[in-house]
Design a protein around this ligand. Structure first.
Ligand code: CA
Length: 481
């Protein structure tokens, strides 16, 4: 089966509590277009309903308790969430939850404890005396009142905070004392990238480990989700992640699916992380995203033959979760690296029509961003590509990577999907690429299913066709029916 994930949100969705209902209404249509899984935005109570969800407050409040100013989250109530998940399962779509385990935000009370300030640029560099600070680290969840879990968080469970309330000063403050300090099984940027934001959870504290394992049992049973998308993986102790994954597989669901956001463009760093987590966590193909980004900004200067270089798709296709853009790379966001619209059809043709990888479609590309005035998305083109994936992306794959500007590949189909498909794309002038779609296709007339080129191409006796592509464009040639 050609699995296909929809990232079911973008950064600027309206704060109207209606998104879960909205998604639910779209499920049948999405299933028809070949979507097999939806990655939901974080479903947990965050700092407020205007929070996308990454400023997470309570892992046990899925829009059920009056906390942080409302019962619902940005996207709806727990009841609406559970109803969405049930309906998704009914139509045959899996659901992946976005879990935010690196940090907590919006504490209920502040506490006094010992800490040192460290440099933002180099978190191994102490830039102040060890002293008492007041940090927002006490989480008592008064609105939930102990339901599901009586665990309360305090400063012992964190390794760093972003604010000292005594001096009313922002910064990165590392907690000191016995057993305290950054984890070293994290990314190496900034000297040590354990700390990302808010109150950074200490995953080596035994009570924290026990509570998060307990939470995973509760959450998966309560919601029946089929997988996790781990937010900010590279900032969380890799040994903890490995233990958590093993715990889930051994105690909850053997075939649970996990994918990790490990944001790094270097292939080897990602492969190392894969080993540290026993190959249980699929990884977003960040290097491939950056290739798309570069290609989209370089025009005809980019050598299209190198587009797979350094990608997870090429070196470790079975764990590659491919994507073009997401809620962080979109304009104005923390990892902004937006693939220019002229190249998005190229990029989606690659991730949707090739054999390797588990592709993700970004909500913003399908339905637009915000009110659509800045970017309206590419619904018509993208749904066409989704249909092509559903109907033609099967069987053997032959690459034609001979020219720096114009490249192509052919899918030969299989017994259940006998049609051949020839994909040709260029970042230069109009071009023609001769490709073999199989001798069994001889005499047939092929047309461009994307409608970017009007030609009709007859397949020759030897199975070859001369497939055209318009300037800076993509064409996907299939038999005219
Ligand atoms: Ca961390």
């Amino acid at each position: 089966m050609n699995g296909l994930i929809l990232q079911g949100f973008e950064w600027y969705l309206p704060d109207d509590g209606n998104h879960f209902n909205h998604l639910k209404e779209k499920l049948e249509e999405l299933k028809g277009l070949g979507i097999t899984a939806i990655w939901l935005p974080p479903v947990f109570k965050a700092t407020g309903t205007n929070d996308v969800g990454y400023g997470i407050y309570d892992l046990f409040d899925l829009g059920e308790f009056d906390q942080k100013g409302n019962v619902r989250t940005k996207y709806g109530t727990k009841e609406e969430l559970l109803s969405l998940i049930d309906k998704a399962h009914e139509v045959g779509i899996s659901v992946y939850a976005d879990v935010v385990l690196n940090h907590k935000a919006g504490a209920d009370e502040k506490e006094k404890f010992r800490a040192v300030e460290v440099s933002r640029e180099d978190r191994t560099k102490v830039i102040g005396e060890e002293k008492d600070i007041e940090g927002w680290t006490k989480f008592t969840f008064p609105g939930r009142d102990g339901k599901y879990s009586e665990f309360e968080w305090n400063h012992q469970h964190f390794s760093g905070v972003d604010y000292d309330d005594i001096e009313k000063k922002g910064g990165i403050f590392k907690l000191t004392g016995e057993g305290k300090g950054w984890s070293w099984a994290v990314a190496g940027e900034h000297g040590n990238f354990d700390y990302l934001m808010f109150s950074d959870i200490d995953h080596n504290h035994p009570d924290v480990r026990q509570e998060i394992f307990y939470w995973a049992d509760w959450f998966i049973n309560e919601t029946n989700v089929d997988g996790f998308r781990y937010d900010a993986s590279k900032h969380i102790d890799a040994g903890f992640m490995d233990d958590l994954e093993n715990h889930i597989r051994a105690n909850i669901k053997e075939d649970f699916y996990s994918m990790g956001e490990y944001w790094n463009g270097d292939n080897q760093t990602l492969i190392d992380y894969m080993s540290e987590t026993s190959g249980n966590i699929d990884l977003f193909d960040v290097p491939l995203h950056y290739s798309f980004y570069s290609a989209s900004h370089s025009g005809s200067e980019y050598d299209m033959r190198t587009i797979f270089d350094n990608s997870i798709l090429k070196t470790n296709p079975t764990i590659a979760v491919t994507f073009v853009d997401n809620h962080d790379t979109q304009l104005g966001q923390s990892l902004e690296s937006w693939v220019k619209p002229w190249f998005k059809e190229h990029a989606y043709s690659i991730i949707l029509l090739r054999d390797e990888g588990y592709p993700t479609i970004f909500w913003g590309d399908l339905y637009g961003i915000g009110d659509g005035t800045l970017y309206g998305g590419m619904y018509d083109k993208l749904t066409k590509l989704m249909e092509l994936r559903r109907d033609y992306a099967y069987g053997d794959q032959d690459d034609y990577l001979l020219d720096a500007n114009t490249v192509g590949f052919v899918r030969k189909g299989d017994d259940d999907h006998p049609g051949s498909m020839a994909v040709v794309m260029t970042n230069g002038d109009m071009a023609t690429l001769s490709m073999n779609v199989g001798e069994d296709q001889k005499g047939k007339i092929f047309i461009d299913a994307l409608g970017n080129n009007d030609s009709k191409i007859q397949i020759k006796d030897d199975g070859y066709g001369d497939f055209h592509v318009s300037p800076g464009s993509v064409s996907v040639w299939v038999e005219k029916i």
